[in-house]
Design a protein around this ligand. Sequence first.
Ligand SMILES: Cc1cc2nc3c(=O)[nH]c(=O)nc-3n(C[C@H](O)[C@H](O)[C@H](O)COP(=O)(O)OP(=O)(O)OC[C@H]3O[C@@H](n4cnc5c(N)ncnc54)[C@H](O)[C@@H]3O)c2cc1C
Length: 329
Amino acid sequence: MDFPDFSLDISLLEKAKEPEPEVTYDLLILGGGPAAMSAAVYAARKMMNFAIITKDFGGQVRETSEVENWLGFQSINAKDLVDMFEEHVESFDIAVSLGPAITDVKKDEETFKAYTDDSKTYSSHTVIVATGKHHRPLNVPGEKDLVGRGIAYCATCDAPFFKGKKVIVAGGGNSAFTTAIDLLKVGAEVTLINFIKGWQADAALQERVKQSDKAILLDYHQVVGIEGKDRVTAVVLKNRGNEKEEKLDTNGVFVEIGLLPNNESVKNLVKLNEQGEVIVDCSCRTSVEGLFGAGDVTTVPHKQIVIAASEGAKAALSAYDYLINKSLI
Ligand SMILES: Cc1cc2nc3c(=O)[nH]c(=O)nc-3n(C[C@H](O)[C@H](O)[C@H](O)COP(=O)(O)OP(=O)(O)OC[C@H]3O[C@@H](n4cnc5c(N)ncnc54)[C@H](O)[C@@H]3O)c2cc1C
């Protein structure tokens, strides 16, 4: 498998003009994944005065290698797909803040204020929150200190570094098994650890891993600690059947135990469901007038690129309707 190298990418959109704090935009789009980029295309075609504020471009699409369910392409390299999204967005004259994170969004009468961690404040009459999801951490001792030094959350990005090494994969679903397959391909010895009894991944994926003599599967076990000074050297595992703990030497830990919504910027403003997703209706409206949600950060089911992109389009059109109805445009 060819692993895409995103690290040397010079984003086309890095060249875009910076948003201006003194302007009150029609729309601020928060995020840079498929939902946000699609919203940008629709907003541009409606001639809205808007800006994108995002930490990066591509979002989770950057974490995979091949995409086989984007209409029109039987298979497309994920990097090429993100490049095409960027080229499309860049063809419009759009203001982009790339890098800083949104920390908070507030509403004062008809105007929203979005605050970034580089101490800037942007204003607008509508907002689309399209900030996606991030990997759920294990939250065990040693994890935070060793991220990037043996602890990884993205097989596409990091599996090649574990050629011939011993690796633990925490999780039992499709992501965990896909990660295990990526690691087996580079000759790693993989131990899969699942918290519950059995495995949730599709049978075909399970079969591929179970066929390998370099894979060990341990269900009903829990990673309770990660050890290492400069790099990961071991994990502490608890057998949930007999509560006994044991240490297992390893060079790395891949954490694949689900995703959490990036809701920090709006969590004090809008209604969220129990999973922390922004509650939206079928027009992408949230509990706050003028604030719309799109993609994986929302309650919309089936987290996929094509769904995020269509939700982004819907959110932009709903924001436009809102501005027209309020005579704000
Ligand atoms: C490993 C992996 C493989 C996948 N494979 C496929 C596949 O083959 N086919 C498929 O259809 N789907 C796939 N998916 C799912 C798909 O990638 C997501 O459904 C889709 O990317 C969601 O798009 P989004 O725009 O809602 O969010 P994201 O892609 O998560 O993008 C969110 C964006 O918001 C930005 N952001 C987050 N917080 C902030 C903040 N506070 N301030 C500023 N910016 C912020 C992020 O930097 C990012 O740019 C895969 C996902 C993963 C993790």
